[in-house]
Design a binder for this molecule. Structure first.
Ligand code: SAM
Length: 208
């Protein structure tokens, strides 16, 4: 899988299909995490969400991880180097520090992963979090036939343009619950096609 080829046009494809709806999902819950200090952003893409996250979390240092060098280049051009470390690596195998992050952000990234890979991700990321860490998820859902058709179309599109091998949308919610997270906020849009979620790991206090 490689998003390099479509990185320059990614946002134009997005605007053509969804207008600003995905941007609204990405920024929907960032007002709730203003106190975050150490943030891990996985599969950030072209940096639009990173700019908003930086503005919403003035005390945070952010590790921004993406497999696509081109996406990372766009993100760096948009968001700059202050408070952000860009890491060109695979989120499923990169080394992570122990008990460090108080916030993880994944916007439309978990949909690139199979259920097994999602489980693998949670096994790797959870030990890198402080006990009461939060996790913002923006994702697609398939509550209707219409939504399922649109999601299927997107998988075909990304298989052709980016070589995505994942065949369909896995449900991250039971996996998050198994790893000790509970949902504390949720917003849906477009009849349930898109969701913004804020999860919190069971622990004491909100931010340490
Ligand atoms: C569907 S795009 C989503 C981009 C952006 N977050 C958004 O909201 O539109 C998925 C992004 O995750 C990256 N990605 C996919 N699998 C990855 C992995 N295993 N490790 C790191 N980045 C990955 C891709 O390169 C791409 O930039």
């Amino acid at each position: 899988m490689n998003f390099d080829r479509i990185a320059p046009w990614y946002r134009w494809f997005e605007y053509a299909v969804f207008g600003r709806a995905l941007e609204r999902r990405r920024s929907a819950l960032i007002g709730e995490v203003a106190e975050a200090k150490q943030v891990l952003v996985l599969g950030d893409g072209d940096g639009r969400a990173l700019v908003d996250l930086l503005a919403a979390t003035p005390r945070a240092n952010i590790d921004c991880v993406d497999l696509s060098a081109h996406m990372l280049g766009l993100a760096r051009a948009r968001a700059g180097n202050a408070r952000v470390a860009y890491r060109h690596t695979d989120a499923l195998s990169m080394p992570l520090p122990c008990q460090t992050y108080d916030l993880v952000v994944t916007h439309f990234f978990l949909d690139c992963l199979s259920e097994a890979d999602m489980e693998r991700l949670l096994v790797r990321v959870t030990p890198a979090l402080v006990p009461s860490a939060r996790w913002i998820v923006s994702e697609f859902r398939q509550p209707t036939v219409w939504a399922a058709s649109l999601v299927r179309g997107m998988y075909v599109f990304f298989r052709i343009t980016a070589g995505l091998r994942t065949m369909g949308l896995a449900d991250h919610r039971p996996i998050f619950a198994r790893h000790g997270f509970r949902p504390i906020r949720m917003q849906t849009a477009w009849g349930g096609l898109m969701v913004s979620e804020l999860w919190q790991r069971e622990g004491v206090g909100v931010f340490p």
